[in-house]
Design a protein around this ligand. Structure first.
Ligand code: SAH
Length: 586
């Protein structure tokens, strides 16, 4: 069913004139709201009928203090107010009108007059007379969260707002302010170091993620691999990498960690940014790994695709009993929340350009803690041996003296490569449709494209780390590469552009997103719908076995797109959806 939605905007109301009509407690609340956003409220209300009777107390206080100007109007309202009480800059028109008494016969008249003059008008409890609605808002420093149900119920909106607000880590508002300051200082730093070789337009083009509007998901370029920094980086490459560094920090750091950012952190981050480009400050202390490991042990484990209920019991137990947890940046918040408060936790400081250094740092932290007799959990996303460099870590740890089954353990996790498709309703194998699954990476070593897999009608291919270069990948699957042609290697069976495929992003997380289309349109779909990492691509006719392609050429919003988008993740909490679960709510 198509629902009506509204354009949500944030109006900078500083200096605006708001007309508040009516003398009641709601009018007092509206005046306070206007004052809070820097507007000037003007109250239009008749003198109280009985002499000596005052306005509602909260209003009277504001009027007495001079914060609210009271225009006494015996009729309650005159058209002329709309055109004379406002700012000179807009020829005396007021900027918005709030009618606080919906029974008043005035409400319809005021609404009609305002609409005719294009003045935004809001009448309490009369959506039919409003040209705009107020949101149920949560405010914390510069952070505002507004909820609307578009008329489905203001109580419900308030409840949702409270729920959303209570799930936020404390200090997030302050953190927004701090990160905003960091962002401005980074921009200053870049302006300061800008050389004549970089035109200003190039900078803006290179970093669309830093746009002023908050309305975008990451665009498709966001997760593009940024090469390791090197001495011969040109200034533009260095700049692009550095800009993405902050954007990725905002995307990948757990919200709790972001909320805990202090002034000192901002200074350290800025220092790192200015002096080292992308790399965050490294821990300089090198543990002595030549000694044999003491009592301690290292557990390398996978945390599953995202939802904490997808942890294995073994990994959950390891989380509860470890002394130190070293987690990769992709390990989801829901899993991190299970870590007992007393446990020491470090999140990998892996950012574009410093992946190797961060990996090295983690290994060193792990070995030194284990040598000190601690149980160290190296927590990785998904399964530790599927594109997680888990094998490399085992080799490193063995070289440092750790022994399999004695001081070194590896625990599996549910890989996103198989569970991602499942949560999009795609069985990677299905009798008569798909009899083999290939898990591939879209990104080769040093950012080079890997050899593309050949087509087989019954093959399902799952591509991890691929969405940032989707255009290139699709081209390689559907055409021979220049190198192949040069070498005369044109035997590989190409993938038909009509092969069904699906993009699954943040599988099993509340903000899971699935795009279904074909190879021909998948790049355009990501380009237009934006990218919400981490995400993967599934290709093959398995994509269609449990799913009947809908006619997307005429979408409810009147557009026509050769793909469909599904948002959200159905709960894993079976109790809450079973009849028994429902009965317990009654
Ligand atoms: N060891 C991990 C994979 C690490 S590589 C595993 O087994 O899942 C990182 C890639 O995994 C990402 O680029 C993305 O392609 C994929 N990925 C990880 N988590 C995902 C998720 N929740 N939804 C979709 N893709 C995910």
């Amino acid at each position: 069913m198509a629902h009506h939605t509204s354009l949500l905007t944030a109006v900078d109301s500083r200096g605006h004139v708001h007309l508040v009509i009516g003398a009641n407690p709601l009018a007092a609340a509206r005046c306070s709201q206007s004052l809070a956003v820097g507007a000037t409220p003007i109250l239009v209300a008749p003198e109280p009928a009985n002499k000596g009777e005052l306005l509602p107390a909260a209003l009277q206080v504001r009027v007495d203090s001079g914060e609210v100007r009271w225009v006494r109007d015996t009729t309650g309202f005159a058209d002329a107010h709309l055109e004379t009480l406002g700012r000179d800059e807009v020829d005396g028109f007021v900027d918005a009108v709030f009618v606080t008494d919906h029974d008043s016969s005035l409400a319809e008249k005021v609404s009609a007059t305002c609409r005719r003059r294009r003045i935004p008008v809001n009448v309490v409890d009369r959506p039919d007379l409003c040209s705009f609605a107020l949101l149920s808002t949560h405010v914390e420093g510069p952070l505002q969260i507004g909820i609307t149900t578009n008329g489905s119920g203001c109580k419900l909106a308030a409840r949702i707002r409270r729920e959303v607000a209570s799930s936020l880590p404390t200090g997030l508002g302050e953190a927004c302010a701090r990160l905003g300051a960091l962002r401005r200082r980074i921009q200053e730093e870049d302006r300061r170091t800008a050389t004549t070789t970089i035109a200003k337009e190039t900078i803006t083009k290179a970093v669309p993620v830093l746009s002023e509007d908050d309305s975008y998901d990451q665009n498709a370029a966001f997760n593009q691999l940024v090469p390791q920094s090197s001495a011969n980086d040109d200034a533009e490459t260095a700049k692009t990498r550095r800009m993405r560094w902050l954007a990725q920090m905002c995307e990948y750091w757990p919200l709790k960690r972001l909320a805990g950012v202090t002034d000192a952190d901002v200074e350290a981050l800025l220092e790192a940014y200015a002096t080292q480009g992308a790399a965050l400050p490294q821990d300089e202390s090198k543990p002595d790994t030549s000694a044999a490991p003491g009592q301690g042990r290292i557990i390398l484990a996978g945390s599953g695709p995202g939802h904490p209920d997808l942890l294995t019991r073994a990994v959950h137990q390891a989380i509860l009993s470890a002394d130190v947890i070293l987690a990769d940046k992709l390990v989801p918040q829901g899993v991190l929340d299970l870590i007992p408060r007393r446990t020491e936790v470090a999140i990998a400081r892996k950012f574009p350009g410093n992946a190797d250094a961060a990996q090295e740092e983690l290994i060193e932290q792990a070995t030194s803690a284990a040598l000190a007799g601690k149980t160290v959990l190296r927590l990785k996303q998904g399964d530790p041996f599927v594109y997680g460099r888990g094998g490399e870590e085992v080799l490193r740890l063995r070289a440092a003296g750790f022994r399999d089954g004695q001081s070194l353990f590896v625990l599996p996790g549910i890989t996103s490569a198989l569970s991602g498709p499942l949560f999009a309703g795609i069985p990677p194998t299905h009798r008569d449709a798909a009899d083999q699954v290939l898990i591939c990476t879209g990104t080769g070593k040093k950012g080079k494209p890997p050899q593309p897999p050949g087509y087989r009608v019954s093959r399902t291919a799952v591509f991890l780390m691929a969405l940032h270069r989707i255009t290139g990948l699709v081209a390689e699957l559907t055409h021979y590469t220049a190198e192949e042609k040069e070498a005369g290697e044109t035997k590989r069976t190409l993938w038909p552009a009509s092969t069904p495929c699906a993009v699954i992003e943040r599988a099993s997380c509340p903000d899971q997103k699935v795009i279904r289309t074909t190879l021909a349109h998948v790049a355009a779909a990501i380009e237009q719908e934006g990218s919400r990492p981490p995400g993967l691509l599934v290709v093959g006719r398995a994509c269609d076995v449990l799913y009947t392609p809908v006619d997307t050429t005429a979408n409810s919003d009147g557009t026509s797109k050769p793909w469909s988008v599904e948002e959200g993740f159905a709960s894993l909490d079976l109790d809450s959806i079973s009849p028994a679960g429902l009965a317990s709510l009654a």
